[in-house]
Design a protein around this ligand. Structure first.
Ligand code: PBG
Length: 333
């Protein structure tokens, strides 16, 4: 329903923009610290904070340092953290057994964060790429990324994360049937309160480049992910995937990447009304950071504007590497 609008000069839109107070009163959307999920990279070792060249300002941290960072995030009011493991070539195998090892460094990080910041919700990544010798999210057999066998492994991986204390399981693999399989394993295994945030509409995107450096998958990856991640040209398929995952028991859904896919975010939220998240991925972060570091844009302004765009598009929240920086700015206001 549109309000009736008088003609100029009875209506002057600039009246509503004349001062900070009036703008605050008429603002349609708000970005708050409570909207943020902070993705972090964890690696083996002790006392390590290591820069990632293609993501300036983002680091790989050993478990002890992740726990410290998590404490700082919780103190900033950030509600959730999402853990991604970095693995060296020696930690990757064809059977991907590291993925469901209860003591892999991602699972150790979950336990350490629960101790350091018990109020922080912990999200995980479910996919085999960081443990796979060839960098793919599923098992590769005769050149094919096999679906059903991968789903069984993903269930084991998700269960190990739930046992370690994860609050939100994040399947990012794009195999068919994994949400239902993980949901029923969680129910059967006494983890009925563990949530699933499905990477339901995940596109085969060039924007993941810096992430693959961050987790050590760039060198390992053979070929591309187009047989399981979505074609960037498709919209209807995204809506069908979201509907499928909600029916299989996803509590929340994600669109990924973020900014180039805001139209998908809006349509997903309008159609299903489920808790909807966008992932402002590594390439989006790198572009904004690089331009800001060159002095070509104002980094803080563009960062907050980019995050607000997700709220305007209908998202309930956003995964962003900018989370701590954004939280600091939002807390100062
Ligand atoms: C892997 C995974 C990827 C990202 C999150 N989980 C990369 C990929 O699919 O190759 C990308 C995140 C980012 O770019 O920030 N399952």
């Amino acid at each position: 329903m549109r309000p009736t609008q008088a003609a100029f000069p009875a209506t002057r839109f600039r009246r509503a923009r004349q001062s900070a107070s009036i703008r605050a009163l008429t603002r349609e959307n708000t970005l708050s610290v409570g909207d943020l999920i902070w993705p972090v990279f964890v690696r083996s070792g002790d006392g390590i904070i290591e820069p990632i060249p293609s993501m300036p300002g983002v680091f790989r941290r050993s478990v002890d340092k992740i726990a410290e960072a998590a404490r700082e995030a919780a103190d900033l009011g950030i509600p959730a953290i999402c853990i991604f493991p970095y693995t060296g070539p020696e930690e990757r195998t064809a059977d991907c057994a590291g993925a469901w090892d209860p003591d892999n460094h991602a699972n150790r990080a979950i336990r350490a964060i629960k101790k350091a910041a018990p109020e922080l919700a912990i999200m995980t990544d479910v996919a085999l790429d960081t443990y796979n010798i060839n960098g793919h999210d599923g098992f590769v057999e005769n050149g094919e990324i096999v679906n059903d066998k991968t789903v069984q492994a993903l269930v084991k991986m998700a269960m190990a994360q739930a046992e370690a204390g994860a609050d939100i399981i994040g399947p990012s693999d794009m195999m068919d049937g994994r949400i239902g399989a993980i949901r029923s394993a969680l129910e059967g295994g006494g983890h009925q309160n563990v949530m699933i945030l499905s990477y339901a509409a995940k596109y085969a995107s060039g924007f993941y480049g810096p992430f693959r450096d961050a987790v050590g998958a760039s060198g390992a990856l053979t070929g591309d992910k187009k047989t399981y991640q979505m074609d960037p040209a498709n919209t209807n398929e995204a809506l069908r995937l979201i509907e499928r995952d909600l029916r299989e028991g996803a509590d929340m859904v994600m669109v990924k990447p973020g900014m180039p896919y805001l139209d998908i975010c809006t349509r997903v939220k309008d159609r299903f009304g489920a808790p909807t998240f966008a992932y402002q991925v590594s390439g989006e972060y790198a572009m904004i950071r690089a331009a800001a570091d060159h002095g070509w844009i104002d980094g803080d302004t563009v960062m907050l504007e980019s995050l607000m765009a997700f709220k305007r598009a209908g998202c309930d929240g956003v995964l962003s590497y900018f989370a701590p920086q954004a939280a600091r700015l939002l807390n100062q206001r």
